[in-house]
Design a protein around this ligand. Structure first.
Ligand code: IPM
Ligand code: MG
Length: 351
């Protein structure tokens, strides 16, 4: 009997609604395949600030460390976004969690659903054959460097070490070997010293992956190429902040950001989350797209090596899209609620 402990951090905004759908789906998998999962909920983000005064209580981190995987919703609240003087912010909870779990690699696959191709902002012919995965470094760079502020000055240091580059580059090279054997390093090596370190390290490592073609691209050019010729990308490797930006950009190629899951892996428990944020305007309205959260559940099952179960989830989501059981982001006229999409996917899997 396969038994696993899953920490559930549904967070803020639409996080709880979409995570509830992912949980329904995971519970269906348990029944269907005879696995036993236990779920351990904990607060993170704005809700944790409300309940405990801090965005990541020690108890939450401990629950994650004691679990086999973390299912994460989203965090953020508008009351902090427009207040630059707020000392405690929900996002600090996510950053502390990434650091605390050593989640140095954020993996964001960008996939095109043929039935949604008319929905994406690009012309269909540009989207044909788009299938890329972004490896974003997640515990270093400008996000975590020393910061400082006086009334009229501020700084955020960006630092990287060889080891930090090597460990994520290794994962990206290995994935490229399993895929179409192309790795694109995205950086700003014409300006930044940290980018020049990334280039040197990745070029050194490329010798050990002779079957992988290494391409290097400045981030401004990459931002343009993702729109102009997205099918050229296979595995994209990049540092923390560039990865934050280009993964949002690449996500809309699929037709909706509400479709894309991500995995964050590293030294300890891995974490799975939709790439969309907390979307506070939609919170509590049962209109959010639960598919990214549900597909994050599939990635979580992959990490347990339960790929048959993970594939069943992906098939069910595909089917829902195909028959048009989708939320308003994907169909303005004939749409379903967040919970109804979850219910449909559960029913499909049960058959
Ligand atoms: C993401 C988000 C986070 C980030 C925020 C919420 C801190 O945008 O996961 O991409 O910038 O990493
Ligand atoms: Mg982001």
């Amino acid at each position: 009997m396969i038994e696993k402990k899953i920490a559930v951090l549904s967070g803020d905004g639409i996080g709880p609604e979409v995570t509830a759908q992912a949980l329904k789906v995971l519970k269906t998998i348990e029944k269907k395949f005879g696995y036993r999962f236990s779920y351990h909920s904990a607060d993170v983000g704005a809700i944790a600030i409300d309940h405990h005064g801090v965005p990541l209580p020690d108890s939450t981190l401990q629950i994650c460390l004691d679990s086999d995987a973390v299912l994460f919703g989203s965090i953020g609240h508008p009351k902090y976004d427009n207040d630059p003087s707020a000392k405690v912010r929900p996002e600090q909870g996510l950053l502390a969690l990434r650091k605390g779990l050593g989640l140095y690699a954020n993996i964001r696959p960008v996939k095109i659903y043929p039935s949604l191709i008319g929905h994406a902002p690009l012309r269909p012919e540009l989207l044909k054959d788009v299938d890329m995965v972004i490896y974003r470094e997640l515990t270093g760079g400008i996000y975590f460097g020393e910061k400082g502020r006086t009334e009229n000055d501020a700084y955020d240091h960006c630092t990287y070490s060889r080891v930090e580059v090597e460990r994520i580059a290794k994962l990206a090279f290995q994935d490229a070997q399993r895929r179409r054997k192309k790795l694109t390093l995205v950086d700003k090596a014409n300006v930044l010293e940290t980018s020049r370190l990334w280039r040197a390290v990745v070029q050194d490592m490329a010798k050990n992956y002779a079957d992988v073609t290494l391409d290097m691209m400045f981030v401004d050019n990459a931002a343009m190429q993702i729109i102009q010729y997205p099918a050229q990308f296979d595995v994209v490797l990049t540092e923390n902040m560039f990865g934050d930006i280009i993964s949002d950009e690449a996500s809309v190629l699929s037709g909706s950001m509400g479709l894309l899951p991500s995995a964050s892996i590293g030294a300890k428990t891995a974490l799975f989350e939709p790439i969309h944020g907390s979307y506070p305007q939609a919170a509590g309205k049962n209109i959010a797209n639960p598919m990214a959260a549900i597909l994050s559940g599939a990635l979580l099952l992959d990490s347990f090596q339960l790929s048959e179960a993970a594939d069943l989830i992906r098939i069910a989501v595909n089917e829902a899209i195909k028959v048009g059981v989708v939320t308003v982001d994907l169909n303005k006229d004939k749409n379903y609620g967040c919970a109804e999409v979850g219910d449909w996917i559960v029913q499909f899997m049960e058959q």
